[in-house]
Design a protein. Sequence first.
Length: 364
Amino acid sequence: MQITKLETIPVSIPYTHDGPLTGFGGTTWASLNYLLVRVETDDGLVGWGEAFGYNCIPATRAAFEQMVAPQALGRDPVDIGALMGQLKRNLHLFGRSGPVQYALGGLDIALWDLAGKRAGVPISALLGGAVQPALPAYKSLMRLSDPSIVRTACLRAVERGFTQVKLHEITIDAVAAARAALGPDVELMLDVNCAWDLETAISMARALRPYDLKWLEEPIWPPEDVDALRQLRDAVDIPLAVGENIGNSLGFRALLENDAVRYFQPSVTKVGGISEFVDVVALARGNGRRVAPHSPYFGPGLLATLQIGAVYPEIGGVEIFGVELERSLFSNIGVCGADGMVQIPTSPGLGADPDPAVVERYRI
């Protein structure tokens, strides 16, 4: 069996959310941009993946098309470990994180999708079997800044069934507005996207105590400063969550060795795909850590996260991006129900293919 074709498909889908347009990475996002990966094999199957993403799509796409695809073409897709292991070795000098790893992750997800389709089972079955048919969902809001807009967004999230909300705010007033709107029974998380040095983080974390955060996410700049994370953990009693900026599964060992964080947050499209993600879960499982996946996606990255979440009880929820797309790549998949849960697809592979009409309409 051979891989006969590999293709990247960037799509750009307009969105709406509470408040004015905003974004991350130093830019404003008028639409949400995703990089789909499509892999064909000589048995007539097509596998879909997703490679991170957003502002760095041109770099990720170049890495895939110029480095990953030429080496994967003609290879046997069945032994995922052997193929991905060889590609990682061949390409390691170009980076074990960033666009090369993102490109590898997109391929890895597509290979798992192919494997599930070939076996006629969802990926969860290949990983050991589902133990939970659905995951609690939390609404992950954009950075809204204005406390009144934060309040409105939180109320709307609860109206739509969410029992957990994550903010991306960096002021006490915004967090206070969220907690006042949500009341004491809705879990509240805060991601500040590496906004603070250690001294500021300690001060802000102490000021955040009254708002009963489930976790404080990515509090330290630079994110690699695990010693600062440990000092912050020692200084405050809010659980810490870190991991979306860690480029591969081995990078999580440093967090474990200094006992810095309670929640590991691998991102399946950034960490190297399903294979690396599962290694992170195994590390967490063996050392009493929880896993809170980073998954602000609407494509195969979200479906891959759900398939993994079906198998491992260490994953207690799934992140659903706090925006409304003009059109969805999938019909009624990855949607929070009235009970606050997201059902995990049970069809072969990832559970669904992107709608070809939507892909064609929004393809860049």
